[in-house]
Design a protein around this ligand. Structure first.
Ligand SMILES: [Zn+2]
Ligand SMILES: [Zn+2]
Length: 77
């Protein structure tokens, strides 16, 4: 039994997630995504796919990277 860091729910199937030197305990992937997923620097949506990274900024897609002035990131179409 562990308590979710995000919503405070205590759940017997909670899990811990570690990324680099930070970790958290969550009762659901939704809460884990809320706490851990990067946000697109252009549209601010939560990036739960691969996304794209440039200079420490994350983008959900090449379109958003391009809109923010990043050149050379392309989606495969
Ligand atoms: Zn939760
Ligand atoms: Zn975006």
């Amino acid at each position: 039994m562990a308590t979710c860091d995000v919503c405070g729910n205590t759940y017997d199937k909670s899990f811990t997630l570690t990324q680099g030197d930070r970790s958290g305990t969550f009762d659901s992937f939704e809460c884990a995504i809320h706490a851990f997923a990067p946000r697109c620097a252009h549209c601010e949506c939560t990036i739960i796919g691969h996304g794209a990274e440039n200079n420490g900024h994350f983008y959900c897609c090449a379109h958003c990277a391009r809109k923010s002035g990043v050149i050379g990131l392309d989606d495969r179409i």
